[in-house]
Design a protein around this ligand. Structure first.
Ligand SMILES: Cc1cc2nc3c(=O)[nH]c(=O)nc-3n(C[C@H](O)[C@H](O)[C@H](O)COP(=O)(O)O)c2cc1C
Length: 519
């Protein structure tokens, strides 16, 4: 409870008039590929699908722009995590916690007034500020769940909604993680595990000509809206990735121009190093222009950025999933946003969905490895192999798209069995390169990573764990999350009796209970 003198004020002042332009720019910068393509001199690319599907629909664009941009401003203005201060600006619609002697101010709203539509958001802000003040120090964070707990307490309502929620009833969101808890280990004893290595060389295949190696088989996967977690967003992620030599998948909907992110990957503790950090690039393609321009873009990308080692085209987003819980958070923060039910689908005549034919065109346009991100069944993985692609990510977009899609680790098991039965080799006979099967969704522990690798994954992506570690603690948080995961992996490999990633195989896991789904 607040003392009488400590009141919450909601200040409404020229919000949209003063800030709408800046909001729109900020939204565009954060949630579509415009800056990305503009930065790479492809001016014709304006919008994308997925999270930026918001901006393809005029009404949605307006709602989203207002809501998210407002929250971005709100966050920037109030959170000590970003600026180390609780700044109050005159011209913004912000929630201010302050001591007040003047109880008669016109624009002050009592937080106890339950008729006030902003009451919930206001109370949540008070709770959030207290949580920020009591945030545990980084050295008391021991696992990914700890990061998640802290982030849930300190993220503003809208960002919590955006990052944490899944689609519809969130069955897939829960299953993604729970499926790992139905897989058990079968360790070997009396193995000399004095030295354990986590290093991997993806995309090298059997030819062994890979010139880069990562120090762990997990990677920071692509996610839009990273600025909602921290103002340095992708820069934190690539710097932490470089420092600890893990892969980072740069999202096309990056908060910073892609060039800037790549350049940040050349800095180590502020000192320039010779090379950029080897990275992956994720792409959304949803407009005709994007599809047409992409082959040319790939050619230029290959010349311009030799640190980009593979391109991942996201294919699980012909329309945005029904992220109802996220919309509820947004409506709580701004009740006027959802007076009418909103159709979040895209006009398909304007934006034809991606097809396998497009993917083949892209593959033929570049020597860069081309992978598809978001496959959810064995047949699609087999098709990607058959078409000569370089890899895929078995993923359901972190449970944010089709609810009741199966847990990726379950699809991985089914896929490996199918490939064996059909005698489909992962090694391309023409190039001698191996098709890499990555997986993401619901991974929180080193043991989850090991389980996926035992079941045939080449690498494992984590999204929310890195969002949460960054939300709470910026780059040091991301670094600690990487270190925690590596440490968990090394300990578990020693307990399993395994010395290197290559040695992991299905004999080390018991998947008998995997089929029993959690209710
Ligand atoms: C907030 C958020 C934003 C995301 N944005 C993108 C994106 O821009 N492109 C993409 O391919 N996947 C995106 N994803 C999906 C992730 O790449 C990944 O598939 C998912 O987060 C893995 O699940 P996890 O969060 O449980 O680790 C996003 C996921 C989240 C949680």
């Amino acid at each position: 409870m607040l003392s009488r003198s400590r009141r919450l004020k909601i200040v409404h002042r020229q919000v949209l008039a003063n800030h709408f332009g800046a909001f729109t720019k900020s939204w565009n910068r954060q949630f579509n590929t415009k800056s990305f393509f503009a930065n790479n001199e492809h001016k014709s690319h304006q919008d994308t699908g997925s999270e930026s599907t918001f901006s393809n629909h005029p009404k949605v664009a307006l709602i989203s722009t207002i809501t998210i941009a407002l929250s971005i401003l709100l966050y920037k203005q109030t959170t000590p995590l970003l600026k180390n201060e609780s700044v109050i600006t005159k011209h913004a619609k912000i929630i201010i916690i302050q001591d007040s002697d003047n109880e008669d101010e016109d624009d002050a709203i009592d937080v106890e007034d339950s008729n006030d539509p902003l009451n919930f958001a206001a109370q949540d802000e008070i709770r959030r500020q207290k949580a920020i003040a009591n945030k545990p120090p980084l050295n008391t964070i021991f696992n990914i769940n700890d990061f998640e707990y802290v982030a849930q307490q300190i993220l503003p309502l809208q960002f919590k909604g955006y990052f944490a929620t899944g689609s519809e009833d969130e069955v897939t969101l829960r299953e993604n993680h729970h499926a790992y808890s139905r897989i058990f280990f079968k360790p070997r004893c009396l193995v000399n595990v004095a030295d354990v290595s986590l290093s991997v060389s993806p995309f090298s295949g059997d030819s062994g000509d890979s010139i880069w190696t990562f120090d762990a088989p997990f990677y920071i996967t692509a996610f839009a809206g990273a600025r909602g977690a921290h103002e340095d967003a992708e820069l934190n992620l690539i710097r932490a990735a470089k420092k600890h030599n893990v892969a980072y998948m740069i999202p096309s909907m990056s908060s910073f121009p892609i060039d800037e992110v790549i350049e940040a990957g050349r800095l180590d503790d502020g000192l320039e190093t010779q090379c950029h950090h080897a990275s992956y690039l994720q792409m959304y393609l949803s407009t005709k222009e994007e599809l047409n321009d992409f082959p040319d873009y790939l050619k230029k990308l290959q010349v311009k950025h030799d640190s980009i080692k593979a391109v991942f085209i996201t294919v699980d987003l012909p329309v945005l999933g029904n992220r109802e819980k996220n919309f509820k958070y947004m409506a709580l923060a701004d009740p006027s946003s959802f007076d009418e039910p909103v159709d979040w689908t895209i006009d398909q005549t304007e934006n034809p969905p991606l097809t396998w034919d497009d993917i083949v065109t892209f593959k033929n346009a570049t020597k860069l490895p081309i992978c598809v991100k978001g496959l959810q069944c064995k047949e699609d993985v087999a098709k990607a192999i058959e078409l000569g692609l370089d890899g895929c990510v078995i993923s359901n977009h972190g449970g944010r798209q089709l609810d009741f899609s199966r847990a990726p680790v379950e699809v991985l098991v089914e896929t490996q069995k199918y490939l064996k039965e059909k005698n489909i080799s992962l090694v391309n006979p023409g190039t001698n390169k191996k098709f890499e099967i990555f997986i993401d969704g619901g991974v929180k522990r080193g043991s989850d990573v090991i389980k996926a690798l035992c079941l045939g994954a080449s690498g494992v992506g984590l999204g929310r764990p890195f969002i949460y570690s960054m939300a709470g603690y910026g780059q040091p948080g991301v670094e600690r999350a990487i270190k925690i995961l590596k440490t968990e992996m090394i300990r578990d490999m020693k307990l399993l009796g395994v010395k290197s990633i290559d040695e992991l195989n299905e004999d080390f896991v018991d998947i008998d209970s995997l089929k029993y789904k959690n209710p």
